[in-house]
Design a protein around this ligand. Structure first.
Ligand SMILES: Nc1nc2c(c(=O)[nH]1)N[C@H]1C(S)=C(S)[C@@H](COP(=O)(O)OP(=O)(O)OC[C@H]3O[C@@H](n4cnc5c(N)ncnc54)[C@H](O)[C@@H]3O)O[C@H]1N2
Ligand code: MOO
Ligand SMILES: [Mg+2]
Length: 352
């Protein structure tokens, strides 16, 4: 506190009706090196953050005084230790301030600086190569010709990697050509901690990702009981680089990232599994859902007074990027549920 450093015993009797007057020996500002010592009947004017003068054991805030500079009159008592912060009240010498495995957020970075640590050993962010496959894909910014569409997955997934704590390296697009896919993947095996591909994992005659990757490691390609995101692949390439092969449909790829890749990126950062990000919300409109599949419906959740309310987006096709971009959440409908009415409570997974 800005005020006066005193001997508590000098001001023990101070009150509005019986003020105590002390001589002020000088000023102590924050950054001063504690030039003064005080004794009975004396005090020093002191500023918040300044070192305590020898002899003093309490601070009287300036508001309790007449603010005098040569002599000061004090109208309230203070007990020993009053408004004094002692070294070691926050952390003590030798104390572990951050256990290994702690994610360094703003408060933790402040903690390190507060104990004077200019350098610490950290686990690097995982480097993630993101590759779109598909001969129909071209880069945004170029004109689309017949049969072509702009690649959106590599952009969305690279941004999702950043959001999940990784460093995304967008590899752009490769055609549905085994040699092209193989060359890009083999190159990335040297650099990447994780590889994400999209497209080319379903049943098409040109879905080449499966055949190419199967030769490079322990891959599994499965149909997962979810919508969107049914065709999935995962494995270790070259015995050490995990790869997720996400389905090509843009909404399928994004939902698959949230469900499978995001937790993997946490693990690669040495973080424990995240607590579930689901909330219970009341439906504003009915929904239907396929039997036997876990359904992730794109939706907008709104918070106001009372329970959160959730509105399913128009356009639940796995190609409908607009509905995804207008959503902030996914309604998670369990495998055995085929419909829900307006007013029902459902689980909602918030998207950041
Ligand atoms: N006979 C079957 N056909 C399909 C099945 C099935 O079970 N049997 N599953 C369908 C489902 S569900 C999905 S999801 C897709 C996934 O297929 P692929 O992973 O092989 O993806 P592609 O065929 O390469 O592409 C699907 C679709 O998405 C478009 N796409 C792909 N990449 C991008 C991108 N980077 N940016 C924008 N759009 C992209 C692509 O043009 C296709 O339209 O398979 C179904 N078929
Ligand atoms: O799984 Mo596909 O992702 O439903 O469109
Ligand atoms: Mg396909």
């Amino acid at each position: 506190m800005d005020g006066y450093a005193v001997l508590a015993s000098d001001v023990a009797s101070a009150a509005e009706t019986s003020p105590v007057t002390l001589s002020v020996v000088g000023d102590i500002a924050a950054g001063d090196q504690g030039a003064y010592g005080i004794g009975p009947g004396l005090c020093a004017r002191i500023m918040t953050g300044a070192p305590l003068p020898g002899g003093a054991d309490a601070i009287v805030p300036v508001e309790w005084t007449d603010g005098g500079t040569a002599k000061v009159t004090i109208r309230r008592s203070a007990t020993p230790g009053h408004y004094i912060r002692r070294a070691g009240e926050d952390v003590t010498a030798g104390q572990t301030v951050l256990p290994a495995g702690t994610r360094l957020g703003p408060a933790q970075i402040g903690m390190l600086a507060a104990v004077g640590r200019a350098r610490v050993l950290v686990r690097p962010r995982p480097r993630v190569a993101v590759l779109s496959t598909g001969s129909e894909l071209i880069e945004p910014g170029r004109p689309v010709g017949p049969g072509q569409i702009w690649d959106s997955n590599s952009f969305a997934l690279t941004a999702a990697v950043t959001e999940a704590g990784g460093v995304g390296f967008r590899q752009g697009t490769v055609g549905d050509d085994p040699r092209e896919v193989l060359a890009t993947i083999e190159e990335q095996l040297a650099y990447a901690d994780l590889i994400i591909t999209s497209g080319g994992v379903s049943m098409g005659a040109r879905d080449v990702v499966k055949e190419v990757l199967s030769g490079l490691g322990t891959m599994r390609f499965e149909k997962v009981a979810m919508r969107p995101g049914k065709p999935q692949g995962f494995g270790l390439l070259d015995d050490h680089v995990p790869v997720f092969t996400l389905p090509g449909n843009p909404v399928s790829a994004y939902v698959s990232f949230q469900v499978f890749v995001r937790p993997a990126l946490r693990a690669l950062q040495g973080l424990p599994p995240a607590p579930p990000r689901t909330v219970r919300a009341r439906l504003t409109a009915p929904i239907i859902s396929p039997d036997g599949l876990r359904h992730y419906l794109r939706a907008a959740v709104a918070y106001g007074e009372g329970e959160p309310r959730v509105t399913p987006a128009e356009g639940q096709g796995s190609h409908q990027v607009f509905a995804l971009a207008s959503s902030n959440a996914l309604i998670v409908v369990p495998e055995d549920v085929t419909e829900r009415a307006a007013g029902d409570l459902v689980d909602v997974l918030e998207l950041s």
